[in-house]
Design a protein around this ligand. Sequence first.
Ligand SMILES: Cc1cc2nc3c(=O)[nH]c(=O)nc-3n(C[C@H](O)[C@H](O)[C@H](O)COP(=O)(O)OP(=O)(O)OC[C@H]3O[C@@H](n4cnc5c(N)ncnc54)[C@H](O)[C@@H]3O)c2cc1C
Length: 390
Amino acid sequence: MKQIVILGGGYAGLLCALTVRKFVYDNEAVVTLINRSSSHQLITELHRLAAGNLPEQAVALSLTKLLKGKRVQLVTEEVTGIDAEQREVRTSGGDYSYDYLVVAMGSQTAYYGIPGLEKHSLPLKSIHEANRINRHIQESLSRYNQSRRPADATIVVGGGGLSGIEMVGEIADMLPKWCGEHGIQREDIKLYGIEASPSILPGFPAELAARAQSSLERRGAKFIVGVPIAAYDYPVVLLKNGQSIATHTLIWTGGIQGNPIVADSAIDTLRGRAVVNDYLQSTSHHNIFVAGDSAICYQDNGQPLPPSAQLAWQMGEAAGYNLFAMMNGMPLQPFKPVIYGKLASLGRKDAVAALGRHDRPLKGLPASLMKEASKAKYLTHIRGLQAYLH
Ligand SMILES: Cc1cc2nc3c(=O)[nH]c(=O)nc-3n(C[C@H](O)[C@H](O)[C@H](O)COP(=O)(O)OP(=O)(O)OC[C@H]3O[C@@H](n4cnc5c(N)ncnc54)[C@H](O)[C@@H]3O)c2cc1C
């Protein structure tokens, strides 16, 4: 009996496990999925949890329920190492041997060595971190009622990419409600978005980035673009241009880097992400497939694919099929990504999208509805609605 071990129960890991079990019979292999928590986190919805706009149950789906009847053994442990030569995975609960391994452990927040950032800022990469942001904002606003210190009433989001802009949008929507609850005037609260690139939403067409910025500015957000954060000398955010902002709340969404377990393994890596061939196999170890943010995968134009949930889903399924093909001596299928486009929500009622390879623009309610539709499509695909309801 072969041992298939999948590391990570996010988009890539879950879809890989479900795909493997579509093809591989019970008497051929034991499939084990190892994840640090018992839930499948909808990371693309974390900004809404952080703003208190969604309950935790809507963002953390039970892996046990999602894998029910799929003959996948779930292990809830922290992976601490991969020994690619011995074909073993080290975890907080013991070692697991494998014949085939799928690495799908995502990425982690990058702080780029900016002084004070890792220690004092609030990252947004997990349910735990989203809940922490929500608690932190509520405590600061409640404190402001007594202290009247501007740093308690100032919220800064560092990073104007997709996740940062979506976070600003949710906060902008929630501020009137929070002000009412904490007895604060809306004018007292400052909300900043800071982006080092010349524009927010890098990668989006300029017209849509400008549209997103003006929509958020109309709801009271202020943007500082083209200026990197130099340090967080708590509680003061120092910018490269000499400007400073006093705040107890710096939400950091400014970058990601490879998972350290992958970076520290013997697998071929580039800047902490595993290098894979056209079939999503590690270039150094062909019995290891890598999917999602953990892998660096190139497009036909030579550029790496952006880390995204839609690609992690596709890569997970492609790796799952190729693993089955490899086990059975069948030809492997090259991974052909389908790019549906980019979509950034700007709070509950507005969004911008650039669809398809040609970036066809979509704005406002139709784009917001498309965001909801893509979430519903995903949940239907993984039968996540059942996990919500039971
Ligand atoms: C706030 C935010 C908003 C985003 N919005 C979008 C969006 O709108 N559209 C889009 O396409 N993309 C979006 N992204 C990017 C997208 O979420 C990622 O690209 C995607 O989650 C990658 O999927 P993955 O399966 O590779 O990793 P993940 O979804 O991160 O899953 C990795 C899994 O591995 C587990 N894990 C990691 N390390 C260990 C360990 N040592 N031991 C055990 N388990 C471990 C984690 O707990 C997790 O369950 C967003 C990201 C963020 C942070």
